[in-house]
Design a protein around this ligand. Structure first.
Ligand SMILES: Nc1ncnc2c1ncn2[C@@H]1O[C@H](COP(=O)(O)OP(=O)(O)OP(=O)(O)O)[C@@H](O)[C@H]1O
Ligand SMILES: O=C(O)[C@@H](O)C(=O)CO
Length: 415
């Protein structure tokens, strides 16, 4: 194992793993902290948690358990993967998890590098931009669980920790790995937000951190590690996607997903999951499963994805946590139900939703295949029914990714 990854959600984990598989590395993704006997036979071993939105103390505990599991399997280099839009709140856990991991491995400095230029995320003067728009003005300001209303990541992180947060300025990054090392070797803060606008900037950061016991970032810095630090020693295994009926489950309300849902709904049968009906105890899950069974060969869609005003109204009425939990629990049961009806390939939109679906299916590990769009690879469950799963981050993918991913044949998803 060359890289042991702790990811704070399931789609974020596949994003990172897919980019490294694209570069020729072998990756395996565990869902939750694995059992002692679980496989660590890959270049990149990812432990995906569903910890992004849970209280910091619980996220720290789970992340440390994942780190200990990885370290017991010779992971000398740990990577904490969070979202490229730094999804978290003032009570969020990126800071607490990163500092706890740093204490565990004895890291003197922790750099935070969420840039993914390929997906339009860059950090300049500590501010995060999404396709050229400051984070706080991007669609992330309306995220259902962690609305991002501050673009300066030093401030976002400082609100989560009891220590100062510094920076690694672009000028140092552009001067290369030595300059980065020199810039962080002073007596300043141990936590620093790193600027990076291009893959070359991320390569400089990766080289500077080549011997660091802990790196943190989104999928961009790990892809840079793949380019300039890690070495490939075996070909990636072929991934065979199961054949058979397919369905799409979408609980993501992100702007990209809403466009994808609208396009898919126009051409395929669609069932809307109504949170009010779930909370009222109506048989929404059973109806959704029956709907999918009735349209098994038509790529049916089951969705709760709604516009920000609708989500805000639901949350005002039912509470953020209660509404999210109700919808996620419904998606978990719908996934189990449609698998029983014979669905063999499931496209899931949304990180929290993917967590719920995968838990509902009882899947504990995934083999990672080729990407359909950057950061969105096909995966195959390594246990249970070996269903094919495309776990799509809310804001990723072209508008037609649902149909395009389902058009792919077995051969196309070989890594
Ligand atoms: N109609 C709705 N009303 C209120 N909440 C909803 C509704 N539909 C979905 N949700 C909740 O919104 C959250 C969406 O989060 P999820 O992580 O699945 O998507 P995302 O944030 O777009 O994806 P990612 O984390 O990959 O960026 C879930 O907790 C889901 O249950
Ligand atoms: O980093 C990203 O943007 C994604 O992998 C993700 O985590 C979105 O939720």
């Amino acid at each position: 194992m060359q890289l042991g990854v702790i990811a704070d959600d399931y789609t974020g984990a596949t994003d990172l793993a897919g980019m490294l598989v694209r570069a020729g590395f072998r990756a395996i993704q565990h869902l939750g902290v694995p059992d002692d006997g679980a496989s660590s036979d890959a270049d990149v071993v990812v432990v995906a948690l569903k910890s992004r939105s849970i209280p910091a103390a619980e996220a720290v505990e789970q992340s440390l358990a994942a780190a200990r599991w990885l370290r017991a399997r010779s992971a000398d280099r740990l990577y904490f993967k969070y979202c490229s839009t730094f999804d978290s709140t003032d009570r969020g856990n990126i800071g607490p998890v990163a500092t706890a991991l740093a204490d565990l491995v004895g890291a003197e400095r922790v750099l935070f590098a969420p840039s993914v230029p390929e997906n339009g995320r860059v950090v300049r003067d500590g501010d995060l931009f999404v396709h050229g728009v400051p984070l706080a003005e991007s669609p992330m300001r309306d995220h259902p669980i962690n609305p991002m209303r501050e673009s300066d990541l030093r401030r976002v992180l400082a609100a989560q920790v009891d220590e100062p947060v510094g920076a690694v300025p672009l000028a140092a990054v552009r001067d290369g790995a030595e300059a980065v090392r020199a810039a962080v070797a002073d007596a300043g803060p141990r936590l620093r937000i790193a600027d990076a606008e291009t893959d070359g900037d991320l390569d400089a950061l990766a080289l500077a951190l080549a011997d660091a016991p802990l790196l943190t970032g989104a999928a961009g810095l790990s892809a840079a590690l793949g380019r300039v630090v890690l070495t490939r020693d075996a070909a990636a295994d072929a991934l065979v996607l199961p054949d058979g009926p397919a369905a799409v489950l979408s609980g993501s309300c992100s702007a990209a997903t809403r466009r994808q849902v609208a396009l898919h709904r126009a051409a395929h049968p669609a069932f809307e999951v109504d949170v009010h009906r779930i909370v009222a105890g109506e048989p929404v899950v059973e109806e959704a499963v029956a709907f999918v069974a009735e349209h098994l060969d038509e790529r049916p869609l089951v969705y709760s994805s709604s516009d920000p005003e609708v989500v805000a109204a639901v949350q005002a009425e039912l509470g953020i946590e209660a509404s999210s939990l109700a919808i996620e629990a419904a998606f978990a049961r719908i996934a189990a139900g449609i698998a029983r009806e014979g669905v063999r390939r499931i496209v899931v939109a949304g990180g929290e939703t993917s967590g719920a679906v995968v838990n509902g299916l009882g899947v504990r590990a995934l083999a990672i295949g080729a990407e359909v769009d950057p950061g969105v690879p096909w995966t195959v469950a390594l246990d249970g029914d070996r269903v094919g799963l495309l776990l799509k981050s809310g804001n990723f993918g072209g508008d037609d990714i649902f149909d395009r991913s389902l058009d792919l044949t077995e051969g196309s998803v070989r890594a």
